[in-house]
Write a protein that binds this ligand. Structure first.
Ligand code: GTP
Length: 394
């Protein structure tokens, strides 16, 4: 799942590491060893720290005597060397010997116990990453946001002496991805548990993406958690839709409410809600027609269902493999009949991951489930942290 995107994120990590190594290896021989973890770096640290005026504020001993007036206030770690006379000398001398900014950062790092990632190091890899994200079907504004978040996270970012560049980049990638993926995230199970019964959930989305299968999967999911369900076939437009849903309902042992083809979908779902109220059923799962979103009739129909039934939740369903198309459809459906969340099917067959990353940011509504196969149990609650773990190979 999402292997292509995983590989591209891994490449970004490697690119930054390589660039960082190349920058550091251009430093003069007598400059302090670039590797933070090396014994030399650690050994060099106390030499600078032995100058008390160069000690960063957060390292000062809590019970240390206050400095006499005029000897200078404790300084922030970032400026510790530059603001200090002795430190400035170190940096100036270094500057004379090295034309790159790497040594300046290194000199600073000795005083602060942290290493700075040179902003120049990340520009090339960030450009390549933006291109790679677009190639993976990540929506344009989402790719830009991820890159902007990463730039914020990494430009002038400091890492501790014991943290590798890879670890720092991982941390930044995690933050940047989570920021777009977890937009609006809520716990579906908690929402169902808290809602007054019967809870009515309507499914929107175009034909053939796995909407009906997802309704069947969600019926199984809810029944396993102790809720009774009834399915309403609001797709009265497509020939054969009743038979298709009936097959699922029969296999699952779930009650189905349907009308003749050509009937009013709002009336079918309304009947199902009445049935649920009369029989103490917890959740009504209402399918809708999936003609193309350009069809005004479909949007009018969804609007009527909203008006007549007043669903508790509207879930947009689309397939992960549709990439950018799925993202654009999510946006259009949300504009026409506001959604509460999305189900992304066929994630098992998607290498790109663009839709999984983009839908929440573009619509402001979270992905709630991933379809991961054709079986009724192949439905996974969506967890942004889990997705980021997958993408970063953890
Ligand atoms: N691999 C995989 N296949 C899926 C998944 N979800 C659904 N499918 C398959 O996708 C095909 C279409 O699913 P349907 O549920 O019929 O699609 P639909 O959106 O309801 O289509 P209409 O009934 O035409 O509106 C079926 O063969 C499903 O088995 C999934 O998560 N993974």
């Amino acid at each position: 799942m999402f292997d292509g995107l995983k590989e591209k994120l891994g490449r970004f990590r490697e690119d930054v590491e390589e660039e960082a190594e190349a920058t550091e290896s251009t430093e003069p021989e007598d400059a302090t060893e670039p590797e933070a973890e090396t014994a030399e770096a650690e050994a060099a640290e106390p030499t600078v720290e032995s100058d008390p005026s160069a000690e960063p504020a957060d390292r000062a001993t809590p019970d240390a005597e206050p400095e006499p007036a005029g000897s200078g206030e404790p300084v922030e770690p970032e400026n510790a060397v530059e603001d200090d006379e002795a430190g400035t000398e170190v940096a100036d001398t270094a500057d004379e010997r090295s034309s790159g900014s790497g040594f300046m950062h290194r000199a600073k790092s000795l005083a602060t116990g942290q290493i700075v990632i040179d902003p120049e190091v990340i520009e090339g890899p960030l450009d390549d990453l933006e291109f790679a994200l677009l190639e993976s079907d990540v929506e344009f504004t989402v790719a830009q946001e991820i890159v902007a978040n990463l730039r914020d996270e990494l430009e002038n970012a400091t890492r501790g002496m014991t943290q590798t560049v890879e670890e720092r980049v991982d941390e930044a990638l995690r933050e940047a991805l989570l920021e777009v993926i977890s937009v609006g995230q809520f716990d579906f199970d908690e929402r169902i548990a808290a809602a007054e019964k019967p809870v009515t959930v309507i499914f929107t989305g175009v034909n053939g993406v796995g909407k009906t299968t997802s309704i069947a999967k969600l019926s199984r999911y809810l029944e396993e958690r102790g809720y009774s369900t009834v399915i309403a076939n609001g797709d009265t437009y497509r020939a054969g839709a009743n038979e298709q849903v009936r097959e699922h309902a029969d296999r699952l042992g779930t009650k189905l409410i349907s009308h003749e083809q050509g009937g009013d979908p709002a009336a079918v779902i309304y009947d199902a809600v009445e049935y649920a109220e009369a029989h103490g059923v917890d959740v009504v799962l209402g399918d809708t027609a999936g003609r193309l979103h350009t069809n005004e009739g479909l949007m009018d129909q969804l609007e009527k269902i909203n008006r007549v039934v007043g669903p508790d939740m509207t879930l947009f369903t689309d397939e992960a493999v549709a990439g950018q198309d799925a993202v654009q459809r999510a946006k259009k459906f949300n504009d026409a009949a506001e959604i509460d969340g999305a189900i992304l099917t066929k994630a098992d067959a998607d290498a790109n991951g663009g839709a999984a990353i983009s839908i929440a940011y573009v619509t402001g509504k979270p992905i709630l489930f991933l379809g991961t196969g054709q079986g009724y149990d192949d439905l996974e609650p969506f967890d942004p942290d889990w997705l980021v773990d997958q993408l970063l190979g953890e």
